[in-house]
Ligand binder design. Structure first.
Ligand code: ADP
Ligand code: MG
Length: 474
């Protein structure tokens, strides 16, 4: 994909001027983040990092990603209801990965007690890169699917307008008019609102479960405001608050400070550092409750890297989605090579292959949030160290996707303006609501494009590596 803005990139004066306009437009549009120095105060805020120019995305792959999203929603939901599959798939992982094991224990505990929850809400984001094959034709390849706390649906709802203005300043108003409108925060809120309505208690609130450090609050506020606009009350609480003040009545209705909670929307709870003993207890209380959890613990487990790897095994998708051959084919077409490192011959073989040729692979632990994967020489060293230990089963191996880089400017507060060679990752938001056995909503809710300089192998926007972008379809 050649950048459509070659002429602009060479015109330094035009770039400087456009960057000034871009930053002010971002601030005005609300593309905001709290600062590293004051992560819990809104007195000082800055713009969230973003690209100066929208990045080229092949329109066929963009459409393919949208077209497969409802299939992925169905798949995640099916996995979340399949105890045998989760048990079998995660059996080796939970022996060595304490975090997954603790989530799994809660999962088993709530199943044994019997679920009080009957309405289910899934909000996920399936992420892709455009892999350049040997002949240079790009293909859509899934990086992962995020089933908990998938972020930036709010801020990205505002980037197209910023990029549109930048293009106009650069004399490209025709191109500006081709940028697609995009509003995931509205789609996410519609899902939450539907779940709230089906829960059936008009005085109940929606609780956003948030982290101690809340730099990305404005992204969440975009979704919150959509709910307030629909006259749905929203409260924000931390695990600590739930531990101190949360309670269940004898029908396992969840109460916070005397208010009944209809929906718990997790923007927290996806990495080990989110938990101490009290937070684990709070998590268990929430999972036992009748409130709609987004996601419930089963759906969080459905988003693990180990499950992703298992899905790529022959026959697995067919078993999970029987009688849906077309959906299975659409899903499978997005898979890159994924390999188990479980103890046994096949795991031994793949470990040896990766050690011999580490640049072909990514080594992934069961973690979220960016910055956890291993590449190249580091991958080789770690794998060599653990190749004969069961510890290796806490990882999966994945083929490394090789996108075609393009030049862009990454605008980041307090950083000099310089051109970088970049690659992009496209995410599609999925939203679904199930009541008992019946799917009552299943949608693609919008997209997110994140772009990073090629020298960073890993890391998202929150990790300070990638920046927000807007797709320019070519
Ligand atoms: P996390 O849960 O930490 O977000 P990801 O699987 O999304 O884990 O990986 C983090 C980042 O690493 C991605 O955003 C992407 O930039 C890079 N990455 C992950 N898998 C691959 C891959 N197979 N090929 C190339 N880059 C990858
Ligand atoms: Mg990711």
């Amino acid at each position: 994909m050649a950048a459509p803005w070659e002429d602009v990139l060479r015109n330094e004066a035009a770039v400087q001027e456009a960057a000034r306009v871009a930053v002010d437009a971002a601030l005005l549009a609300g593309v905001l983040m709290r600062t590293e120095g004051e992560p819990n105060a809104s007195d000082v805020v800055n713009y969230a990092p973003f690209t100066l120019l929208p990045s080229a995305v092949p329109s066929a792959l963009f459409e393919q990603a949208y077209a497969v999203q409802q299939d992925f929603n169905l798949l995640v939901d099916a996995i979340s209801q399949n105890k045998e599959f989760l048990e079998h798939t995660l059996a080796s992982t939970i022996k060595v990965d304490d975090f997954t094991a603790r989530l799994f224990r809660i999962y088993m505990q709530v199943l044994e007690e019997g679920l009080a929850q009957s309405v289910f809400l899934g909000i996920n984001r399936s992420d892709y890169m455009f892999d350049c094959g040997v002949d240079g034709t790009p293909a859509l390849k899934q990086i992962e699917i995020n089933t908990i706390a998938a972020s930036f649906g709010g801020l990205t709802s505002r980037t197209a307008a910023v990029h549109g203005q930048v293009l106009k300043v650069l004399g490209k108003s025709e191109e500006a008019s081709r940028l697609l409108p995009n509003n995931p925060s509205k789609g996410l809120a519609l899902g939450i609102a539907k779940a709230w309505e089906l829960y059936g208690s008009p005085s109940a609130v929606v609780m956003f479960l948030v982290e101690e450090v809340q730099r990305n609050i404005f992204d969440q506020r975009c979704v919150e405001n959509e709910l307030w606009n629909r006259n749905i009350r929203v409260i924000r609480r931390r695990f600590r608050d739930v531990f101190e003040k949360g309670s269940l009545d004898n029908a396992r209705r969840l109460y916070m400070d005397g208010q009944e909670v209809a929906v718990v929307y997790y923007r927290e709870g996806y990495v080990p550092k989110n938990y101490d003993q009290q937070n684990w207890e709070a998590r268990l209380l929430l999972e036992r409750s009748r409130a709609v959890k987004c996601p419930d613990i089963a759906t969080q487990l459905a988003g693990t890297k180990k499950v992703q790897q298992e899905l790529s095994q022959p026959g697995t998708l067919e078993r999970l989605l029987p009688d849906r051959a077309e959906a299975v084919a659409r899903i499978r077409a997005t898979f890159a090579g994924l390999y188990s490192l479980d103890v046994g011959k096949e795991g031994d073989r793949m470990a040896a292959v990766a050690i011999a040729d580490p640049d072909r692979f990514v080594l992934k632990p069961q973690r979220e949030g960016g910055g956890n994967n291993l590449y190249g020489e580091e991958l080789r060293q770690v794998l060599e160290k653990i190749r004969d230990s069961p510890e290796r089963t806490s990882y999966i191996l994945m083929d490394k996707i090789q996108p075609q880089p393009a030049m862009n400017y990454l605008l980041r507060a307090h950083s000099p303006l310089q051109v970088s060679e970049c690659i992009s990752e496209l995410g599609i938001f999925g939203v679904y609501v199930r009541q008992g056995k019946e799917m009552v909503m299943n949608k693609a809710a919008g997209h997110l494009l994140r772009t990073k300089a090629i020298e960073h192998a890993d890391g998202g926007v929150a990790a300070g590596v990638a920046v927000l972008d807007t797709p320019y379809l070519v």
